[in-house]
Design a protein around this ligand. Sequence first.
Ligand code: NAD
Ligand code: UDP
Length: 311
Amino acid sequence: MRVLITGAAGFLGSHLCDRFVADGHDVIGMDNLITGELGNIAHLEGRKEFTYVRHDVSTFIAVDGPLDAVLHFASPASPVDYLKFPIQTLKVGALGTHNALGLAMAKGARFFLASTSEVYGDPEVHPQPETYWGHVNPVGPRGVYDEAKRFGEAMTMAYHYYHGLDTRIVRIFNTYGPRMRAQDGRVVSNFIVQALRGEPLTVYGDGSQSRSFCYVDDLIEGIVRLFERGDADPTNVGNPREFTVLELAKLVLEKSGAKSEIVFEPLPTDDPRQRRPDISRARSLLQWEPYVPLEEGLERTIAHFRKTVTD
Ligand code: NAD
Ligand code: UDP
């Protein structure tokens, strides 16, 4: 297969490029580096199966030659990033998705959208099944990301039903692992970097809000299975084991051996109180489930950051 992966220089996009290359496919990785880093794909440089193209996918996307698949992963994903780039986030979720769908149509390619658990907003149903419509504040600070992703899902379903395009939508729940940017502001990278630098771990609010953390290798396996044998309806992929943010902070201290203190800072506006995927659909449709427990995933991620974080 010959595939286009947008957001290729990002955390997840780069792991996805690795997986498709390892599976014997030709990959065009596209990115405008707004939140990504070329270092994430430097090891693929020079491989004949991999081509990097710098391009903003919110503008028309031109690709020469045939394509069998378009996997659209471009978008700022950390709340810190999308608050810094609100308009770009709205554009890549809306215009970028439209352009990527149009390209898939023109090439007769399968389309795969990276959506998010944020489509459920601050959920009033727990855990969240795909049938839950969500509880999103469209005009709050997170609305730029949540509503762009919701629009992207609606656009993808419209191309599926109206144009008969072969499509997939994955709703990704908090994923972590090597290649997260040290400064991207997400909780796992923040806590690890703070611990390794001997700085206080910044817990927002009282730390009783929950998340369910999925190790990147588990996520990529779920994505590949959804791509290969899934269907057009949205599918949650995440690890259903739920932790409070305070529990996560303590686990990072334990696994890193750091002696940092924990400090409490204000909770960001509209920060979801709880989040846990119902993965019944992924289990039955894809025979997928996550295998890497948080303890082990943190050890691997801490080992990665030890190599890259300097005081
Ligand atoms: P990331 O910020 O590391 O990667 C996103 C990549 O997209 C970056 O390399 C960035 O430069 C690129 N990009 C952004 N706008 C672009 C544009 N207009 N044109 C070209 N490239 C552009 O984030 P990530 O964690 O790897 O997330 C990847 C995808 O997965 C995103 O769509 C995100 O919404 C989704 N997702 C991630 C998570 C997670 O936990 N990591 C959770 C839910 C959804
Ligand atoms: N968080 C925190 N300290 C940090 C960064 C994040 O307590 O230094 C909290 C944040 O308020 C949220 C959770 O950790 O409740 C997850 O935040 P993240 O930015 O990783 O992603 P989200 O799930 O909110 O999109």
